[in-house]
Design a protein around this ligand. Structure first.
Ligand code: ADP
Length: 144
């Protein structure tokens, strides 16, 4: 049914991740779909506006990216999908922009996203989830 499912993950919110597991499993039925997990490390705009040398910060960013990918790999295992059907991605930037960008490049036919952090109950949709629902070119399943 689906060929390419994108699951954006905020690695600092493991409760949210657990919330989406059964939905990802249900949509990856028969394991025909490739499931892409993405975590976005927000970039550090203050550093760049202050003109702090990226050459100094770069190694740190690479280290952070590597650590984020390791954490994401760990979380991805909890979905119990066949390893050959799973791909993990860690990039820097704005979460909503990067989610939409990867959706395009992997030709996603479904995005599965949690609606918002559980403790932020004033908004039905967090800002990233809202932007993804609004701008994605494919169906979006919002888990709440
Ligand atoms: P909130 O503002 O309550 O955190 P968000 O819209 O940011 O709500 O988060 C909802 C969902 O958006 C998360 O469950 C996750 O799927 C996705 N998301 C948010 N931040 C990131 C991030 N840094 N990397 C990947 N996905 C993210």
């Amino acid at each position: 049914m689906y060929n390419s499912i994108l699951v954006p993950i905020d690695i600092s919110e493991t409760d949210l991740t657990h919330q989406v597991i059964p939905f990802v499993q249900a949509h990856a039925v028969m394991n025909t779909a490739k499931v892409h997990f993405l975590t976005v490390i927000p970039s550090l705009p203050y550093y760049s506006t202050l003109g702090l040398a990226y050459s100094v910060e770069m190694p740190k960013i690479k280290e952070i990216q590597q650590a984020a990918l390791e954490k994401l790999d760990e979380l991805a295992k909890e979905f119990k999908l066949p390893p050959e059907k799973v791909q993990t991605h860690a990039v820097t930037g704005s979460p909503k922009d990067q989610i939409l960008k990867l959706a395009d490049s992997i030709n996603a036919d479904l995005i599965i996203i949690a609606s918002h952090r559980p403790d932020i109950s004033t908004y039905l949709l967090g800002s990233n989830a809202a932007a993804v629902v609004r701008h994605a070119k494919c169906p979006v399943l919002v888990v709440r």
